[in-house]
Design a protein around this ligand. Structure first.
Ligand code: ATP
Length: 228
C-alpha cells in the first residue's frame, strides 16, 4: 500500500511543488495522476521513488518510510518500484533481450533464471520476435514495451509510469495502456500513471487523481467521485 500523509515539498527557489498531499493507494490499484504542467506530478513521483525527500509529511510504501531511507538504501528500495518514462531510456548498445537481462543481472539472478524470466517478459510484452534487435531498430511503441518489460522484469509491487504514451500516436498509446492493464491484472502490480492524455483517461476509466498547484483538487475513488 502507498500512503502519502500530509506531504509538502518546496524547492530552494521557493516554489511550493506539493502542498499537504494526502493519498492512500491500495495494492493492485491502477491510478492516473493528471494536472496541468507544473502542478506537481513529477515531484510526487520523485518523492515516491526516493529521489527527493519531502519537507513535511510521510511517504510509506509497503511499510517503508521512504523519506527516512538512508542514501545507500535507496537503490534497494527502488528494486520494488518499476519506473517507465516518456523517453524510453533503453541502453542503445544492448539488444532488447540484453536490456531486460541487464536489469536482472544487477540483482544477482542466475543466468538460467534470467533467460527464463526475459523470455516470459518478452512474451508478455509481445516482442519475442524482436529479442535480437537494438533499440534503434524498433518503433517508439515497441521501445516503450521493452521499457515496460524491463521495469517489471523483477516483479516490482509498484510500477510508476511518467507519461508513458507521451511520444506515441493514439493507436500505440492504446497498446501501452492495454499492456499496463494486463500487468496490473496478471501480477496485481499497483500502477501509477502520470498522463496528459485525457482521451485515454476518459476511455479507460480508472481512479484519477488531479493535482493543481501542488494540491490534490480531485480524486475519483473507485468509480464515484469524491472531492478532497
Ligand atoms: N528542481 C527544481 N527546482 C526548482 N523548481 C522546480 C524543480 N522541479 C520542479 N520545480 C517546480 O515545481 C513545480 C512542480 O513541478 P513538477 O515538475 O512536479 O510539475 P509537473 O506537474 O510534473 O509538470 P509537467 O507536466 O510539466 O512535467 C513547477 O512550478 C516547477 O517549475
Amino acid at each position: 500500500m502507498i500512503e502519502i500523509l500530509d506531504v509538502s515539498k518546496a524547492y530552494p527557489n521557493g516554489v511550493h511543488a506539493l502542498n499537504h498531499v494526502k493519498l492512500k493507494i491500495d495494492d493492485g490499484e491502477f491510478v492516473y495522476v493528471i494536472g496541468a504542467t507544473g502542478s506537481g506530478k513529477s515531484t510526487l513521483i520523485k518523492i515516491l521513488n526516493g529521489e527527493i525527500v519531502p519537507d513535511e509529511g510521510l511517504v510509506i510504501v509497503n511499510g517503508t518510510d521512504v523519506g527516512a531511507l538512508k542514501h545507500r538504501k535507496v537503490p534497494y528500495y527502488r528494486r520494488n518500484i518499476g519506473c517507465v518514462f516518456q523517453d524510453y531510456r533503453l541502453l542503445p548498445t544492448l539488444t532488447v533481450f540484453e536490456n531486460i537481462a541487464f536489469a536482472l543481472e544487477v540483482l544477482g539472478m542466475s543466468k538460467k533464471e534470467i533467460r527464463k524470466r526475459v523470455r516470459d517478459v518478452l512474451e508478455l510484452v509481445d516482442l519475442k520476435d524482436k529479442e535480437r534487435c537494438y533499440p534503434n531498430e524498433l518503433s517508439g511503441g515497441q521501445q516503450q514495451r521493452v521499457t515496460i518489460g524491463r521495469a517489471i522484469a523483477n516483479r516490482p509491487q509498484v510500477l510508476i509510469a511518467d507519461e508513458p504514451t507521451g511520444n506515441l500516436d493514439p493507436e500505440k498509446s492504446l497498446e501501452i495502456i492495454k499492456l499496463l492493464e494486463k500487468i496490473n491484472e496478471t501480477f496485481n502490480t499497483t500502477i501509477l500513471m502520470v498522463t496528459h492524455d485525457i482521451v485515454l483517461v476518459e476511455k479507460f476509466k480508472k481512479r484519477t487523481i488531479t493535482l493543481d498547484h501542488g494540491y490534490v483538487v480531485h480524486d475519483s475513488f473507485k468509480g464515484g467521485y469524491k472531492s478532497v
